[in-house]
Unconditional design. Structure first.
Ligand SMILES: Nc1ncnc2c1ncn2[C@@H]1O[C@H](COP(=O)(O)OP(=O)(O)OP(=O)(O)O)[C@@H](O)[C@H]1O
Length: 254
């Protein structure tokens, strides 16, 4: 059995001693080839979790393994095989799209970088934008560039923080369709944080619900719908966010 794509054990992060932890005692094991959704309201701890998975933030306690590498000891071996996109990552605005992608290709030591960039540009409809300064792109165009950056090293594990935030429905759908195809072709594992329930229902086989830094429920979208007696994942999200019980819990307490 290969090691999981992500293994998280009792992970916690406390930014300040006088505030509650941003992430608290989080444990999960995401298998290779899976797509999981990280859901939770604003401030639930999704970005903090992703930053710890990438080794950008040092956990207060607990441990993370990515693709079998312990992030505390063997971070660079893991990072070479993974990548991410985040709305918080702004590419240098005066560099052209091609220049930005070349910087990342160089950082990841991508062989035949120009060929890889041309290939991604074609797949993500960026060819006409390669010479444009990155700062002059629309939100939809920036998202496609961010995806090209995230895929430049052909990652086996992809972490996506709100990959379709601020996109119009048509562009959002295009990105989701593209991600589905990429996943099928590459077999890569994906963890995505999103506020878009339809997106999570469509892309994710398993959902981890975070609330105040803790995993409060998890399961496939279908299992969660059934557990909360709902037709729509958005209602499940609201039930959890507002502290309503699942049908099973309610039955036990009745
Ligand atoms: N650098 C920081 N210093 C102190 N507190 C922080 C820092 N970054 C995040 N926090 C706090 O940690 C908690 C979790 O924040 P985080 O950004 O991980 O949540 P999130 O689920 O990604 O939220 P959103 O959906 O709004 O992006 C919040 O209470 C936030 O205020």
């Amino acid at each position: 059995m290969p090691s999981p794509a992500i293994l998280v054990e009792a992970l916690s992060k406390r930014y300040r001693n006088d505030a509650p932890p941003a992430v608290s005692d989080l444990s999960f094991s995401m298998p290779r080839g899976a797509t999981w959704g990280l859901l939770g309201g604003n401030g639930a701890g999704k970005t903090t979790t992703i930053a710890m998975l990438l080794g950008l933030l040092v956990p207060t306690s607990g441990r993370v393994e990515a693709l079998g590498h312990d992030m505390a000891r063997d971070r660079f071996a893991a990072l070479a095989r993974m990548n991410f996109s985040s709305p918080y990552l702004a590419l240098p605005s005066r560099l052209s799209v091609a220049e930005n992608l070349r910087v990342y290709a160089h950082l990841y030591n991508v062989p035949r970088a120009e060929k890889r960039i041309a290939e991604l540009a074609e797949q993500l409809q960026l060819t006409d934008l390669l010479d444009r300064p990155s700062g002059q792109l629309s939100a939809g165009q920036k998202t496609r560039v961010a995806l090209a950056k995230a895929l430049v090293n052909r990652p086996e594990l992809l972490l996506l923080d709100e990959p379709t935030a601020s996109l119009d429905p048509d562009t959002g759908d295009w990105v989701r369709t593209w991600l589905e195809r990429y996943r099928a072709e590459s077999g890569c594992s994906i963890l995505l944080a999103s506020h878009n329930m339809a997106e999570v229902e469509r892309l994710c086989g398993h959902v981890l619900m975070l609330k105040q830094g803790r995993a409060v429920d998890q399961g496939s979208p279908a299992a969660l719908l059934q557990r909360y007696g709902r037709d729509d994942l958005e209602d499940v999200f609201l039930d959890i966010a507002r502290g309503r019980r699942s049908r099973e819990e309610a039955a036990v307490l009745a």
